[in-house]
Design a protein around this ligand. Structure first.
Ligand code: BG6
Length: 467
């Protein structure tokens, strides 16, 4: 793999505030939607009462332990760390005029710590959470006023961190709202399609406003979107399967099309009409959408298959999308199908479609780890997964795709999003905590820690083509 990765490739890892920070009420933070989902992003909404606790309330206590964690990332040679700002630390209810200084000060400390080691922040404005106050009092993204609240928040953090943060993302896996509306847009799970697409439209307008604000405020700032890259293959070469696959891929590519091109793609007209979906779009909205992102970012864990024949449709819930299993692929312990070549394919699809730089901001293997008697953890399965995906990234770069960087998901064990488990581990760094919240929270290097350090130090030359 020598020489395939560009010289300034941004190697690193990705986490999210609600999955690592804990300290869910510290320093004036308001409740976020994530604080009401102790069972994860598909789980029931649980009202909070004093003394209640979920695994995310402490998570891995990154809020207090970040200096130790950043030092470990630096030891691996990270050039970049992706995390999110918890909106409810900055605007606890969401609709305040003035931000919460203590929340802003936390991220100053975090970014300063990263700067000590030359680690560049890549910051998601909203990763699977928003202030719960906006849901309670306004109905979340269903209400147009949420666009203004979001813009105020975005402008506040751009102004505050414009000299510390140059790379930004708007909404994590923005297409996920189709599957988890409360998590994505703060709507009840049983909302109808018109309500969901209206809220999504508001979020797309808000994303474009953030792009504009970033361009105005952050010198040399670059801002991208973030898609769940759930690429789908036809289960067979039957033309009906192919057409259905195109249709289903458009379900998620729609978001990228609006954010990268600046307008609704033509195919959505028919989709809206045939599904009885009404979305109010003003002329001003159309103008706003023209402010497009600088780069495309996405997560990639698996591919899936599509068939036009409902009788054949076995549903395997993979990550967030419902997919038919691919008979040619093996699965992880959580049933997610492993497809490194799919990453090369997806990179090419997105580059062909948008001709914008791409950033892989999530990819990794959730697995159970065993700590040996001497404290070591031999996670060769994780090394193999990441190695094989990175080999395909190198191939895509060779294909001519412009790839800015790669931040593997969960460089340190964290609370999983889908089921709020600690036992689904992604990290190079082990955290001593179990699903019930027991454990010292001590950090420990796994075998993959040293492997990733070598990959970064050699700029990918140490990767092995195992095909
Ligand atoms: C992505 C999310 O969907 O996948 C992350 O952006 C999430 O927040 C990751 O953690 C892996 O999913 P899970 O459910 O294994 O944590």
């Amino acid at each position: 793999m020598n020489g395939k990765f560009p010289q300034h490739f941004l190697w690193g890892g990705a986490v999210a505030a609600n999955q690592v920070e804990g300290a869910y009420q510290a320093d004036g933070k308001g409740l976020s939607t994530s604080d009401l989902q102790p069972q994860g992003i598909f789980g029931a909404i649980t009202p909070r009462t004093a003394g209640d606790s979920g695994i995310k309330d402490v998570a891995i206590d990154f809020y207090h332990r970040y200096p130790e964690d950043i030092a470990l990332f630096a030891e691996m040679g990270f050039k970049c760390l992706r995390t999110s700002i918890a909106w409810s630390r900055i605007f606890p209810q969401g609709d305040e005029e003035m931000p919460n200084e203590a929340g802003l000060a936390f991220y100053d400390r975090l970014f300063d710590e990263m700067a000590k080691y030359g680690i560049q922040p890549l910051i998601t404005l909203s990763h699977y959470e928003m202030p719960y106050g906006l849901v309670k009092h306004y109905g979340g993204w269903g209400d147009r006023r949420t666009i203004d609240f979001f813009e105020r928040y975005a402008r506040t953090v751009f102004e505050r961190y414009k000299h510390k943060v140059k790379h930004w993302l708007t909404f994590n896996e923005i297409n996920m709202s189709l599957h988890a509306p409360f998590t994505g847009v703060g709507l009840p799970q049983e909302s109808d399609k018109s309500a969901i697409y209206q809220a999504i439209h508001h979020q797309l307008v808000a994303s474009a406003r953030a792009v504009k604000a970033c361009h105005e405020i952050v010198p040399e700032g670059k801002i991208g979107n973030m898609l769940l890259g759930g690429i789908l293959y036809p289960l067979s070469c039957k033309p009906e399967d192919l057409l259905e696959t195109q249709r289903q891929n458009r379900d998620w590519l729609f978001f990228g099309d609006v954010q990268a091109r600046g307008y609704y793609p033509a195919y959505m007209q028919r989709f809206f009409r045939e599904n009885g979906i009404q979305v109010a779009i003003t002329e001003e909205d159309r103008q706003t959408l023209r402010e497009t992102i600088d780069f495309i970012s996405f997560s990639y864990y698996m591919s899936g298959c599509v068939t036009a024949d409902p009788a054949q449709y076995e549903t395997a819930r993979g990550n967030i999308l419902d997919m038919v299993p691919n008979p040619h692929l093996a699965s992880s312990e959580w049933g997610w199908q492993i497809d490194p070549i799919g990453l090369r394919y997806l990179l090419n699809v997105l580059y062909d479609r948008y001709q914008k730089p791409l950033f892989i901001v999530e990819n990794g293997l959730g697995a159970k780890d065993r700590v040996e008697a001497d404290g070591s953890i031999h996670d060769d399965y994780r090394i193999n997964y990441l190695n094989d995906h990175l080999v395909q990234v190198a191939e895509a770069i060779d294909d001519g795709v412009e790839v800015m960087g790669y931040t593997s998901w969960g460089p340190i064990d964290l609370v999983s999003a889908s089921k709020a488990e600690m036992s689904k581990r992604y990290g190079f760094i082990h955290v001593d905590r179990d699903d019930a919240g027991n454990g010292s929270l001590d950090r420990r290097r796994k075998k993959s820690f040293y492997w990733y350090r070598d990959v970064i130090h050699s700029n990918g030359a140490s990767l092995k083509d195992r095909r």
